[in-house]
Ligand binder design. Sequence first.
Ligand code: PLP
Length: 462
Amino acid sequence: MDAGTTADIVARDRRHLIHPYQIFDSVMVDDPLAVARGAGAQLVDSDGNEYIDAVGGMWCTNIGLGRDEMADAIAQQVRELAYANPFVDMTNAPAGLLCEKLASLTPGDLNRVFLSSGGSTAVDAAFRLIQFYQHCRGTPEKRHVLSRVDAYHGTTYAAVSIGGKPGDRVPGFEYIEDTIHHLSSPNFYVHGGDRTEQEFADDLVAEFRAKVDELGADRVGAFFAEPIMGSGGVIMPPADYLQRVWQICREHDIVYVSDEVVTAFGRLGHWFASEEVFGITPDIITSAKGLTSGYLPLGATIVSDRIYDVIAETGHDRYFAVGFTYSGHPVSCTAALKNIEIIEREGLLAHVKRIGPYFQEQLRTLGDLPMVGEVRGSHLMACVEFVEDQRTKRHYPEEFDVGKMVANACEPRGLIVRPLVHLNIMSPPLVIDRDDVDRIVSTLRDAIVEVRAQLDARGIDN
Ligand code: PLP
């Protein structure tokens, strides 16, 4: 394949590709980086420049890029059986083996798996499965869904409506609004004010309880939550908030959906974070991304026996009208099985338990820079928040796009970080070592110092 020069690649992209979250205002758009190759945590662009990818693709390249054994496993499965119809009475071995494996890795009685093609479809399937479940058990009025401001669950119609990032409420789009309700963001740094973390958690729990009371517990069917909010800004759940909300859900028969599209498959040092990190046994877990480490698209909606059995026992006069051509795709499932095998064989969960705290500790050394308001996260999920004033936590005006300025300053230094307005977000591949961490942190430091100087030159100081 001859793609031509870097200029040709970029021009072709500009003419024909519609990107996710495409911005149409051309003055705000930089030329895309034409990525050509990748190995481990390293990317190489079409001009041969090298980068550490501290974003891990899009929170997903967990085992790292360029694995020969993954390429071989995928190639072999393509030769053997590239596709199998999941709708009719047909199955394929990789899909069954993967679901069996997932059932063994998930907490509680989460033993039933619906496969789709990514995180949004996994969330969408969970939303529709819960509707169906509530109808099957004779409680169709339990149709209200709770979520939170700053949540991100994907961009199908249901998933984006469950999401609560203010920036995703874009004029010109419509959202499901009559049955989906957003509670306050659990971002302690931004919203905690004078309260202690425990007081902040208490208030969030009280708000949750009040919302259930207001709507009526007999009308609330589900709560969707990421254990740590990712795209909303790596927001750690304060104190015991998440566990107490889970208890309320159990008390009121509200299905608890833990969206582990980012937090699973080693990012926090565990297969799944809900129970092992946060002490929650959800009714449904949604997963994608690290499930195949980004080698091929795949999403999983993992459902408890308790919910599945109700549907199986009462749903026999109707069928589960959710399905995708690529549900249980044998090649994607093979990639997921190989991915899990590699994580197990190389002890990557244990590695993350060691390297994750070092990553967090080193990143926190950036806190001495006046522009850095907070560094937060856990293990290989991190975020640096930039402020104009550390004391008042006042942000720079949004039009400055400080996160993008820092990301742009990192790029020529060989580091990719993800800008998000006032933030830089990081979720490197699990295979990074101490040298990579040191390079990420020192490069970020240099970039932040440079951006501070640029802001000073524009007459904006801290
Ligand atoms: N859920 C969470 C928590 C996510 O972070 C994402 C994507 O970033 C999604 C769902 C959507 O996944 P996908 O982009 O694969 O549809």
